[in-house]
Design a binder for this molecule. Structure first.
Ligand SMILES: NC(=O)c1ccc[n+]([C@@H]2O[C@H](COP(=O)([O-])OP(=O)(O)OC[C@H]3O[C@@H](n4cnc5c(N)ncnc54)[C@H](OP(=O)(O)O)[C@@H]3O)[C@@H](O)[C@H]2O)c1
Length: 320
């Protein structure tokens, strides 16, 4: 772990290069493109250099316009940014991978991406909607093996379209299958991770194989209908530690994740929160505080992707 001049933590990839540990999440269902456009500008001005995007978020054009405006108006260059996008589930067929990546690049207005992830191990029927369904409303699956998808992801690195490639929502067995064939290894596995889902075993597995884990939904998606516990930011342990540090509960939660040597993508469209969430490089949690927060784990997952429960590559049927 090393820090740059802005005190942002950077995580090193095994061979060469690194990524800023704290990223800005752009999944904002229910927010307008205008709100996302504004939020990304606030985020870059606040210091975020890692932007987490995806085709399924349906707002990559707005993110791209914000990047372009910030590069023109501020002292930020394309090379300062680490831009991530994700291959959607309906595009796992090898002949769709390159076109999907190029579409994200075009929407984002970029000549290359820093990191491209297979969003989920589960393929959905190619060609139509993002969530293809039959006339009865059943979601339609594709049986493309993600190992075949991976081979074209590697070609995209060779062609200079993307610098690094990785995975998202893959379990340890699925990661292993990719590693067994990989000419170019995945550098990241992005998964849900927060105080109620500590992911200790998966993180250890990934670290052993030189893969950085990126935590998504670091606040466990506040207000999610599947949350049976107090919202993370209202947890008494978190509140007590935050008070003792003179920090906000949200900042303690993000700092806790960063101190586990993982990356984190935090989303907000509220300017004050965007700024506040980046102010996590000026304090530390001690071992006792880290242990107390780790003990809050309940193995509780909010993003269970129930539409794919019967898919042969459904990732959450095994322990990790
Ligand atoms: N790979 C995947 O499958 C996957 C899945 C889900 C998410 N992600 C990525 O992870 C990112 C974050 O996940 P997420 O959006 O699901 O959940 P999250 O980060 O756990 O929660 C976001 C929510 O927290 C609120 N919030 C943020 N900062 C706050 C603060 N300081 N105080 C109080 N509330 C605060 C936001 O509200 P406001 O916006 O109203 O301020 C927003 O509603 C996404 O944007 C996306 O980039 C990836």
């Amino acid at each position: 772990m090393s820090t740059n001049c802005e005190n942002q933590i950077r995580l090193n990839f095994p061979d060469k290069g690194s990524m800023p540990a704290l990223g800005f999440g752009t999944y904002a269902p229910g927010e307008s493109e205008e709100d996302v456009y504004k939020a990304v500008q606030v985020a870059i001005k606040a210091g975020y250099r890692h932007l987490d995007c995806a085709a399924i978020y349906r707002n990559e054009r707005a993110v791209g316009q914000a990047i372009k405006k910030t590069i023109v108006e501020d002292k930020v260059t394309r090379e300062d940014l680490f831009v991530v996008s994700k291959l959607w589930n309906t595009c796992h067929k090898p002949d769709l991978v390159r076109t999907s990546l190029k579409k994200s690049m075009e929407d984002l207005g970029l000549q290359y991406l820093d990191l491209y992830l297979i969003h989920w191990p589960i393929g959905l029927k190619e060609g139509g909607d993002f969530i293809p369904k039959d006339e009865k409303g059943n979601v339609l699956f594709s049986d493309v093996d993600f190992v075949e998808t991976w081979k074209v992801m590697e070609d995209c690195v060779d062609e200079g379209l993307v610098k690094y490639i990785g995975l998202s929502n893959f379990n340890s067995e699925q990661i292993k299958r990719v590693l067994d064939v990989a000419r170019i290894k995945p550098v990241v596995n992005q998964v849900e991770c927060h105080i109620y889902l500590s992911q200790e075993k998966l993180i250890e597995f990934c670290n052993t194989h030189g893969i950085i884990v990126t935590a998504y939904s670091p606040f466990a998606s506040p207000g999610h209908k599947k949350m049976p516990y107090a919202p993370c930011m209202q947890d008494p342990t978190i509140i007590e530690i935050a008070k003792s540090k003179g920090k906000k509960p949200s900042q303690v939660i993000l700092r806790f994740l960063l101190q586990r040597d993982i990356a984190v993508v935090a989303k907000s469209v509220t300017s004050d929160r965007i700024i506040e969430n980046f102010q996590v490089f000026d304090f530390e949690l001690n071992d006792e505080e880290m242990k107390k927060i780790l003990a809050l784990n309940k193995n509780h997952r909010t993003n269970t992707e129930d539409i794919a429960l019967s898919h042969k590559y459904y990732p959450f049927s095994i322990e990790f």
